[in-house]
Design a binder for this molecule. Structure first.
Ligand SMILES: [Zn+2]
Length: 85
């Protein structure tokens, strides 16, 4: 059991965020995928791998991400309640 770095929920499954080095639960990871800068974050990660910069910490959380996350959490919560637990 682990606590999500971003939302403080208990979770069994977690991965590193694409935006920064936080270890996030599946809900938070789904939310960040919806963000318009997610593709950019993924591309930048790939670019940094290509130039062998393995210490890349991500492009950082986009401005206003917290509000974005809150807005999407409501819609995703239903989905997760039905499908994951
Ligand atoms: Zn989370």
């Amino acid at each position: 059991m682990k606590i999500c770095d971003r939302c403080n929920s208990k979770t069994n499954i977690y991965k590193m965020s694409m935006f920064n080095t936080q270890m996030c639960c599946m809900m938070c990871l789904e939310i960040e995928k919806k963000h318009q800068l997610y593709d950019k974050a993924v591309k930048e990660e790939l670019n940094q791998c290509r130039i062998k910069n393995f210490n890349f910490k991500g492009i950082g959380l986009p401005a206003g991400f917290l509000a974005f996350s809150k807005a999407h959490k409501v819609e995703l919560k239903d989905f997760f309640d039905k499908n994951m637990f």
